[in-house]
Design a protein around this ligand. Structure first.
Ligand SMILES: [Zn+2]
Length: 322
């Protein structure tokens, strides 16, 4: 794990010298992360695409993820935020993936408003590029396990869907999840490109779904197009906007955008929430913290933020605790 990082860096640096990289860098400055939702083929096909460069970049920066881990987490966060955009206002979803690989568990939370957060158990996971020169996400994730997605949609129990990991590259796994668990014929593309200094160069994806009653010819047409067009990684690398990605997938003049939404890495943790957690530990535990260290620190799994508590703050908690 991570031993061949030097070699990987050398290869990536060769790409860095490419002029297309500099061209794209200029474009990045003016473009923020966002997703677009719409319809194609006279409303028969649902289309979503997202740019998630800064969002995945924020996750990379917060968790110090190495390239293969960044790709796995970034692909999952990109899918999460797109899937989340199909929920209603207050609804939320959680994606949990564990395939038995070195990465451990990938956990992603997303809501209906473009906010997403996520982490992996072992952020410093990296492997040499695979046989086709891509980040070896399959090896990091593993193929012995499940993709589990739970949706909180205002019911007493969350809706939980689960499928076995069939690829480990994740795009195919998400496609399989939608077909099996939600019974919607779909195609999911997610891609992340990492810079030599481990920052995120590009990230994005799309979801195409055939709504009930979609004509077979349309599905066949989309499948043919998906075979012909560049891979999502290539489109992401070339800095295509979400609108451009959708145009590539469903064809010029077929895209009808209905909604545009900002996409952002955002966590729900706060010092106040951490206080409540500490209070819930009970007075004996708090008393012990006060006597042993005279202070406490909590850390959020999702965003790596730490919260410090001094002695007087702990003493105030002790009064509330049981
Ligand atoms: Zn947090």
């Amino acid at each position: 794990m991570g031993k061949l990082l030097g070699l990987w860096r050398k290869k990536a640096m060769m790409y860095d010298a490419d002029s297309s990289f500099n061209k794209m860098k200029k474009r990045e400055i003016i473009m923020k992360d966002y997703l677009v939702k719409g319809l194609a083929y006279n409303g028969q096909v649902r289309i979503i695409a997202a740019r998630t460069v800064d969002t995945v970049g924020e996750a990379q920066h917060r968790h110090y993820t190495w390239p293969t881990a960044s790709a796995a987490l970034g692909r999952s966060m990109t899918f999460g935020v797109m899937l989340g955009s199909m929920l209603n206002n207050e609804d939320k979803l959680t994606i949990r993936i564990n395939g038995g690989g070195d990465l451990g568990t990938i956990l992603v939370d997303a809501n209906a408003n473009g906010k997403v957060r996520g982490y992996v158990t072992n952020p410093q996971t990296h492997f040499p590029l695979n046989s086709i020169g891509k980040l070896d996400v399959r090896r990091a994730v593993g193929t012995d396990g499940m993709v589990t997605i739970s949706k909180n949609i205002g019911l007493q129990q969350p809706f939980v869907g689960q499928v076995p990991i069939i690829s480990g590259e994740l795009g195919e796994d998400f496609t399989y999840y939608l077909a099996q668990s939600e019974q919607i014929p779909s195609s999911v593309g997610v891609g992340v490109i990492v810079n030599p200094d481990n920052t995120i160069q590009a990230a994005g994806g799309f979801i195409i779904q055939a709504l009930p009653g979609t004509a077979v010819e349309i599905i066949e047409e989309i499948e043919k197009r998906l075979d012909r067009i560049p891979t999502i990684s290539a489109m992401v690398r070339d800095g295509l906007t979400p609108e451009e990605i959708l145009t590539m997938v469903v064809g010029e003049g077929n895209v009808k955008i209905l909604e545009t939404q900002e996409v952002l890495f955002q966590c729900t943790c706060s010092k106040d929430r951490s206080t409540k957690v500490l209070v819930s530990l009970g007075s004996a535990e708090l008393q012990d913290m006060i006597e042993t260290d005279g202070q406490a620190e909590t850390q959020c799994h999702f965003c790596n933020e730490t919260y410090q508590f001094n002695k007087s703050e702990l003493e105030a908690m002790l009064e509330q605790a049981v």
